[in-house]
Design a protein around this ligand. Structure first.
Ligand code: FE2
Length: 177
């Protein structure tokens, strides 16, 4: 069945003439996602950092770059909601799967996934953009809960790091919606 036709547009190059809805939140525009100031990377674990892009408190998700250097590990965790990832640099895999995420690649992690992200010895650094929804529940090998992260714990980590490194704790506010 053909897609429904659109009505003819009298002027395709004319901008929208009304204001945005007053309830809409502000855009976030980040010219270079890889920061020139290394302090923007928030340390998370040995050899693991994240760089916030959008911390959506209203809808309970976050978009960030994850950076893991040689032989680093992102601890075993379970997802309650989907994750989308795009690999900007390097290569990594999960201990629980036989596929490898490579530079330029996309991954989808369905709700219910539990996995452990590792970077191989021969990769100096990997950087991946992740959109993470809901909760990351850190677990032992048998699924017992050890801790969690959500958009609110991410915001707290950013505030503490940006206060300590001199950017100021409200540096994080530009990423929060
Ligand atoms: Fe994950």
């Amino acid at each position: 069945m053909p897609a429904p036709a659109l009505l003819p547009d009298p002027d395709p190059r004319m901008p929208y003439q009304h204001p945005m809805p007053k309830e809409a939140s502000a855009d976030i525009v980040i010219a270079g996602v890889l920061p020139e100031d290394e302090r923007v990377w928030v340390p998370q674990a040995p050899n693991v950092w994240f760089r916030p892009l959008c911390l959506n408190a209203a809808q309970g998700y976050w978009v960030n770059l994850l950076k893991v250097t040689r032989a680093g590990v992102l601890s075993r965790h379970r997802h309650t909601n989907p994750v989308h990832g795009y690999v900007l640099k390097g290569r990594w895999h999960y201990l629980e799967h036989d596929w490898v995420a490579t530079e330029g690649g996309y991954v989808y992690e369905p709700p219910g996934e539990t996995h452990t992200l590792v970077v191989p010895e021969d990769v100096a650094e990997m950087i991946t953009l992740f959109q993470v929804n809901g909760l990351m529940l850190y677990v032992d090998p048998y699924g017992a809960a050890l801790g969690y992260e959500d958009v609110f714990t991410k915001i707290d980590m950013c505030r503490r790091h940006y206060a300590a490194c001199g950017l100021g704790e409200d540096y994080v506010d530009r990423f929060i919606r």
